[in-house]
Design a protein around this ligand. Structure first.
Ligand SMILES: [Cu+2]
Length: 125
């Protein structure tokens, strides 16, 4: 192999490794309410917690039932700088709901994720 190509491959491998290392430091969802895969009585808000301080300006919460997008209030800060929330402006009938979120940590990289929860009227409060 010619030395120049060897050098380039080494550089590519090194930057890929660095990117992976950096990825692990990205914003990660650590907790949510309602919790992922839980069954709850109809919630009045969605709150998300992360491993880093979040940037509210790029944060978003969408709640869907099938293709239907539910009406939510705008995202709000909470007492915890690693958390944000949005009010649910509709009553959630029994069913499966998907929370799609978007946010960024201090490095500004926008991260997206989603999870599901179920609303069931037979859940005890
Ligand atoms: Cu990042």
């Amino acid at each position: 192999m010619r030395p120049v190509i060897g050098l380039i491959l080494t550089a590519v491998a090194a930057s890929t490794a660095a990117a992976f290392a950096f990825d692990s430091a990205h914003l990660t969802l650590t907790k949510s309410r309602p919790e992922k895969d839980s069954t709850v009585s109809t919630p009045s808000e969605i709150q998300l917690w992360f491993n880093q301080e979040i940037q509210l300006s790029v944060s978003r919460i969408d709640v869907k039932r099938g293709e239907e997008l539910l009406e939510t209030g705008s995202v709000q800060k909470t007492d915890d700088p690693k958390s944000f929330k949005a009010d649910l402006l509709e009553f959630l009938d029994d069913g499966v709901y998907v929370v799609q979120w978007r946010s960024a940590g201090p490095d500004g990289h926008v991260i997206r994720g989603k999870y599901a929860f179920t609303v069931g009227s037979e859940v005890e409060r």
